[in-house]
Design a protein around this ligand. Sequence first.
Ligand code: CA
Length: 433
Amino acid sequence: MSNEPTHNPKLKSFIDVPQGSHFPIQNIPFGVFVPPSGGSPRVCTAIGDQVADLSVLETNGFFDGAALKGKEVFDKSSLNPFMALGPAARREARSVISKLLSEDEPTLRDNQPLREKIFFNMGDVQMKLPVQIGDYTDFYSSREHATNVGTMFRGKDNALQPNWLHIPVGYHGRSSSVIVSGTDLHRPQGQTKADDAEAPSFTPSRLVDFELEMGFFVGQGNDLGKPLSINSAEDHIFGLALVNDWSARDIQKWEYVPLGPFLAKNFGTSMSPWIITLEALEPFRTSGPTQSDPEPLPYLKSSKPSTYDIHLEVHLKGEEMDSPHRICASNFKYLYWSMAQQLVHHSITGCNMRTGDMLASGTISGPTEDSYGSMLELSWRGSKPLKFPNGEERKFIKDGDTIIMTGWAQGDGYRVGFGECTGKILPCVDLGL
Ligand code: CA
């Protein structure tokens, strides 16, 4: 466990934090919101069911430490200016916020007029995409997921490609269609070709899927030609969010050879509105899977535990269902390749990573059938439909279905949570064809 004072499990806020809340005083997530009265988006944190406007704290001069004084990074429509200041500014902000929110600190607690300017009910505000994402890269870092997909398409003996245990495999994704939780999206249309069809046809995708992922965000980047090193890579990571990499499996199947996924992945990628910092996750640091057969090449070899114990869930709610039903329970720690390894590998050619870049993990599947992070695996390519209490079945996602992802690290009497990443699949747009 860490000795950082902001991690103390006994720490309490004067703001009520309901049991099981994702946002106790130990978390201090960062997001961007618009207050109920409107106005420009600005940076906030969350405590219990409340959102706290950090731009008001900034205007009142509370961020007066060496890294943040005079910086004006919170009255902004994205986290990028704050992220670019690096880990010292983030730790300083956490320390100030933790102190101001604590139950024995009177500054805000006893100043009702100021409190009314700072705190809003979470349900009354509009959360925005928190980061201006320049580049988005999606990895494929779960051995279980890669093995499952490989087994379905190539058979058990050739499930993992020869490079998989040596390289954190990834592809360059599309940042323009990354959307904040709660944004609905239309079923995509595209070229597909059934195995027994002679020619492709243009149809609505019949195999829309979710992918349970987590994304991390680059804080301070690196200059072109100056790769990052494994031991300092984490200093360049601002924090993480839940990510749903929506996928159209039938479009993917027809297009992905030889250059990988393209339109199957670019119609929308949902993310949760709160970025959870590495500092908040530090008490939950743990070791990932052993990497000994083969050992990674030296530039990917890390000397310390490099992942986090984060419980993850996916729930599905169809239009005819009374409530969401859990269809997957997984864990971030199952990932074979760590965030540090992904980031270093990405930059090792000299590729410059920039503030706000999003690097997603790939589908996070675990060892058991109920821990698979996509419908493709849960229904084993449609051969084992999921059954729901109202009698409905699903092989893939139906129009009107909402997918809800959530996740948290369990502390001693508190949770450091990620909130939710939700999205609903609407019917195709009418192209008039
Ligand atoms: Ca993916």
